[in-house]
Design a protein around this ligand. Structure first.
Ligand code: 2AM
Ligand code: CA
Length: 266
């Protein structure tokens, strides 16, 4: 598998940040038993990872813009390119010592995502994609699952929680989806959920109220693995609407229909 120079830069940044997160994750597991918990420590781990990624990417391409979860957006002098970065997706998992978190790095060119990397340091799984070049898990080429009926499918989702999202609306969506599928999973890292769809582990996924950095790299991974991705209105404004739904061609269509099914009247 030949990677472009740009993708290599992204991979190196993700691996380096992942190493830092891995070290800190070990400490977080120790801190679980302290009364104060690992909250501040995790914020520091997150900032540290973003700085590592920022420095690596900007060293290689100083003119590109940078949108990351942990700092104000930097507008680059090169108006065409922008990095979109989540240094730690799955923060709640990380905070609780659950090894399901990731680094997500995407490159946008003229508002189109052209490269994406998602790395789970706890499992050493590195997902990469370049537009037109396919999606990979480490060195293995990825393809979305080929199941055609929802009743065979495992579907990932995000669940709103205290202070976030529309709880009532989600419960209606869940009620409809749970009645049609073989299983529902909630992992807590949207970036990894999308990587799992690309890898054919999940047959589909939907979530709302996300930020661009949660999804940017994952969108390209799913597309390059042959999947369909849209927002919940079947447009392609995932990054601005914060909603996303995906799967193979058949499952995407079927899942949109079920998730959007109107609220029952009784
Ligand atoms: P995080 O772990 O970086 O916060 C879980 O449902 C997904 O939602 C994760 O990808 C998580 O990213 C994201 N998420 C959690 N809180 C969020 C918020 N306030 N806005 C946008 N995305 C959020
Ligand atoms: Ca995130």
């Amino acid at each position: 598998m030949a990677r472009s120079a740009l993708l290599n830069v992204m991979v190196q940044a993700a691996l380096k940040a992942g190493k830092s997160l891995s070290r800190d994750f070990g400490e977080v597991q120790n801190l679980q038993v302290s009364v104060k918990g690992p909250g501040d420590f995790v914020s520091q781990a997150d900032f540290k990872a973003q700085k590592i990624i920022h420095d690596e990417l900007l060293k290689a391409r100083p003119t590109y813009g940078f949108l990351g979860e942990e700092a104000e957006e930097i507008k680059g002098t090169d108006g065409a390119h922008r990095w979109i970065v989540d240094p730690l997706d799955g923060t709640t998992n990380f905070l609780h010592g659950i090894p399901m978190f990731s680094v997500s790095i995407a490159l946008e060119r003229n508002s189109e995502i052209v490269a994406g990397v998602i790395f789970n340091p706890a499992t050493d799984e590195l997902y990469t994609a370049e537009r037109g070049g396919g999606a990979f898990l480490n060195d293995r080429r990825l393809r979305v699952a080929s199941r055609r009926v929802l009743s065979d499918c495992v579907i990932g989702c995000g669940v709103p929680h205290l202070g976030r999202g529309n709880h009532g609306k989600f419960l209606v969506e869940l009620r409809h989806v749970m009645g049609e599928v073989a299983g529902i999973r909630r992992m807590g890292s949207a970036a990894l959920d999308l990587a799992y769809v690309a890898a054919g582990r999940f047959d589909g996924f939907w979530e709302t109220a996300l930020s661009p950095w949660d999804m940017a790299a994952g969108i390209l991974l799913v597309r390059e693995a042959g999947g369909f991705v849209s927002d919940l209105d079947s447009g392609t404004d995932m990054l601005s609407t914060g909603s996303i739904i995906c799967g193979n061609e058949h499952i995407h269509k079927a899942l949109v229909e079920v998730v959007k099914r109107p609220v029952p009247t009784k």
